[in-house]
Design a protein around this ligand. Structure first.
Ligand code: XIL
Length: 481
């Protein structure tokens, strides 16, 4: 009997130490654990087709992610394909998976111009408001208690900050936004209500428009709890201007902010240099959120290139996510997220180049980061920094670019003592400025002249602008005098 007891004790010790070893191995914190230590979540979007891929779901539900967003299955075309006929099967499947794996769910999305069934667009304008309110009421009621937040309105703005036309805007003007938020609040008083958009990640005309909209909604007493920043970034267009400051100004309005659809695409094929730049972008986004108390979490727009929307949407681009198409972690991007969340990467992988980690840790002001200017100038042949002329220097870069427009930014530096500056350049490809802030400008043909405002004559100063382009968008040589 005594021997049996000792034997049992030895077995017990062996079992305990094995468990301890397993625990120690599993103790490398997951992305969500690192985020949770800062009071935030780290999540991944998912979609129904992917839930039958067991290798995929093992990672999705394996602890890295504490939150998920259905990539498609709560959108209007999925939930109300025919008028007043609702279908929740696919959305429910994702909620069930999330509940089984301790993941919170962001509802996405109630009112959006895209993925709308045809019947909405065919409604007479007099019926659109009732249809929208009914849709919101039904869907938000169904998911009450199952989602912690809703993207009530998705992508309300054009890139220049004007309101986007949609059946809702056409019927109600911008008042559809307030109406949608009020309707969502009535249906689900507990969910955090968000407006979500892209190209609002940094300071600029579009994020100014969002900022002004939110302030106006607040002044009218409209329920709004958060703003979502999609974070669909591309290394060839540069990093958003001053992302942390941008998130902070929304947080300062008393709102939650969230990075809702993060991915960082590149022109294929992948290579080590692009991976390193991509890693700095991931690191900068994560650090920007980490630095803002009211940034509640980060969602990547699926975690693997196997199921990314990018190649289907942006021809020739991809490799946007931290796991590759074989579900293998990319050490560069993954480690950049870990360090951005305050984690420690044990043995730096050789593929995290010293330059990547240097620029990743360089500054929370991404517009100043060498990687951003490097990647922006890499997309064009000309160098943007001529030798200093007249005692000041202008550095021109493209911070964002889409099919017909782009956003530029020019940084002006000078030795102490200057109180005014003039920057000039000549566009080579017919580009036309449509809006400029942080300076006063004239454009005559290709020639652009920008002078300081009264309040920023002493460098360092920055001005930004929106412009049209087509064909080629070469970076001009900007001169300062
Ligand atoms: C994308 C999905 O990922 C794709 O599967 C679908 O074909 C198109 O929509 N902004 C959004 C998301 O708010 O809903 C979009 O998702 C990506 C851009």
């Amino acid at each position: 009997m005594r021997r049996a007891l000792i034997g049992a004790a030895v077995l017990l010790v062996a079992a305990v130490s094995t468990a301890a070893m397993v625990r120690a191995e599993a103790a490398t914190p997951t992305l969500n654990a690192l985020a949770a230590a800062k009071g935030k979540y780290f999540g991944s979007a998912t979609d129904n087709g992917e839930l039958s891929d067991t290798a995929y779901t093992a990672i999705l539900g394996g602890g890295e992610f504490g939150q998920t967003t259905p990539g498609n299955s709560m959108k209007w075309d999925a939930t109300e394909p025919n008028r007043n006929s609702f279908s929740y099967t696919r959305g429910d499947a994702i909620v069930t998976f999330a509940q089984q794996h301790n993941m919170k769910v962001r509802g996405h999305t109630l009112v959006w111009h895209s993925q709308l069934p045809g019947w909405v667009g065919s409604l007479p304008t007099t019926e659109v408001q009732a249809a929208m309110e009914n849709h919101i009421t039904q869907v938000a009621t169904h998911y009450r208690g199952k989602v912690f937040a809703w993207d009530v309105v998705n992508e309300p703005f054009n890139d220049d900050g004007t309101f986007r036309t949609s059946p809702f805007y056409n019927a109600m003007g911008s008042a559809y936004i307030a109406d949608a938020l009020r309707t969502a609040r009535a249906a689900d008083p507990d969910a955090k209500l968000y407006i979500n958009d892209y190209n609002t990640d940094g300071l600029g005309a579009k994020s100014d428009a969002m900022f002004n909209l939110v302030k106006s909604l607040q002044s009218q007493g409209v329920p709004i709890d958060g703003v979502g920043f999609q974070g669909h970034l591309a290394i060839q267009y540069g990093f958003p201007s001053q992302m942390q400051q941008n998130l902070q100004r929304f947080a300062d309005l008393g709102l939650d902010v969230a990075i809702t659809e993060l991915d960082v695409r590149m022109v294929l094929p992948r290579d080590a240099t692009k991976d390193a730049t991509q890693a700095t972008y991931y690191n900068n986004v994560v650090k920007a959120c980490a630095a803002v108390t009211r940034c509640v979490g980060i969602t990547i727009w699926d975690y693997t290139d196997k199921y990314s929307w990018v190649p289907n949407t942006f021809s020739g681009q991809g490799a946007a996510l931290p796991w590759d198409e074989n579900l293998q972690k990319k050490p560069t991007a993954y480690n950049a997220i870990v360090t951005g969340l305050g984690g420690v990467v044990d043995s730096p992988s050789p593929s995290v180049s010293p330059s990547a980690s240097r620029s990743a840790s360089a500054s929370a002001s991404p517009s100043a980061s060498p990687s951003a200017s490097r990647s922006a100038s890499a997309s064009a042949s000309a160098s943007s920094s001529p030798p200093p002329a007249g005692g000041c220097t202008a550095t021109y870069k493209i911070v964002n670019q889409w099919d017909t427009g782009f956003q530029g930014e020019v940084n002006v530096t000078a030795p102490a003592g200057r109180t005014s500056w003039t920057v000039t350049w000549s566009f080579a490809n017919g580009q036309t400025i449509t809006q400029l802030w942080g300076g006063t400008y004239t454009q005559s043909g290709a020639s652009v002249t920008v002078k300081n405002e009264t309040w920023n004559g002493t460098p360092p100063a920055t001005f930004g602008f929106l412009a049209n382009w087509s064909g080629t968008n070469a970076i001009p040589t900007a001169r300062c005098s």
